[in-house]
Design a protein around this ligand. Structure first.
Ligand code: ATP
Length: 259
């Protein structure tokens, strides 16, 4: 079952007809099946943030359609969009985005509390997910009392506690040291394998991307190529490096993808 179907998405900024238009997305098609772990890569300015903002319901495409978990998202606006986002999506950001005045457990509880879940349900679900993610000891600590790696783990707990249809991660390892980054990526792999979570991660980092199962490379607002992991992660990592060198113009040009 497809969790996300994006069809011919375009985004034009500054479309006032004054010649200052920027075509940030130019006909992006993307389908993500339930249980997939997909990475989006591409050079700076290629349209990744624009695409993520549209997939996250934070911005509307200029043209094209977006279905998420069976809902035509491009037809939603205002409160309906906010409600859909809160219930169906989970977010992990580069800078963790935890509230400093709340404990880790209170942060993780937020999506459920905002949705009006009763206190017992909130407590049980928060404890369950935090224990699963190895945060049982740190539940009542504040973000500034734990490491960056633990903060990001709590952010992941917050992103999945309400069992969203899709988790969107924007450079989730960008502020982590390499050991914490690997731990986070292994956690993503575990969520994907054991909880069948559907994950979409935007990253510059080929190592981070090598933990996914499929990569969509964007260039100049278009899907440029796609890569599927078939064997070991190490071999996938090498394929990613080769694709990036072509994408960034240091190798033989493959041309844009047709699918
Ligand atoms: N609000 C905006 N108004 C005008 N142009 C914009 C706006 N946001 C992005 N752009 C332009 O759209 C294009 C795509 O930008 P986007 O931020 O999506 O790329 P990106 O791949 O996320 O880049 P990076 O990796 O540097 O974050 C760029 O040319 C950018 O300058």
């Amino acid at each position: 079952m497809a969790v996300l179907v994006a069809n011919s998405l375009t985004k034009v900024y500054g479309g006032g007809g004054n010649g200052n238009e920027v075509r940030a997305l130019n006909g992006v098609n993307l389908t993500i099946e339930a249980g997939e772990f997909v990475a989006i890569m591409g050079p700076s300015g290629s349209g990744k943030t624009t695409l993520l903002n549209i997939l996250a319901g934070l911005d509307h495409a200029s043209t094209g359609t977006l279905d998420l978990d069976g809902q035509a998202v491009h037809t939603l606006s205002g409160d309906d969009m906010a409600l859909f986002r809160r219930r169906k999506l989970g977010f992990v950001f580069q800078d963790f985005n935890l509230l400093d005045t709340l404990t880790l457990a209170e942060n993780v509880a937020l999506p459920l509390a905002l949705d009006g879940a009763d206190r017992k349900t909130v407590r049980v679900q928060v404890e369950t997910v935090m224990h699963q993610l190895g945060l049982g000891e740190s539940m009542h600590r504040y973000p500034y009392e734990v490491s960056g790696g633990q903060q990001q783990r709590a952010a992941v707990a917050r992103a999945i506690v309400h069992k969203p249809a899709l988790v969107l991660a924007d450079e989730p390892t960008g502020n982590l040291d390499s050991a914490s980054a690997r731990a986070l990526l292994e956690l993503f792999t575990k969520l994907h394998q054991e909880r069948h979570a559907t994950l979409l991660m935007v990253t510059h980092d080929p190592l981070a991307a090598s933990y996914s199962n499929r990569i969509v490379f964007i260039k100049d607002g278009q899907v440029y190529s796609r890569l599927e992991r078939e064997g070991r992660r190490e071999a996938f990592f090498q394929e990613i490096l080769q694709t990036l060198s072509v994408l960034e113009g240091h190798g033989h040009d493959l041309g844009p993808a047709h699918s």
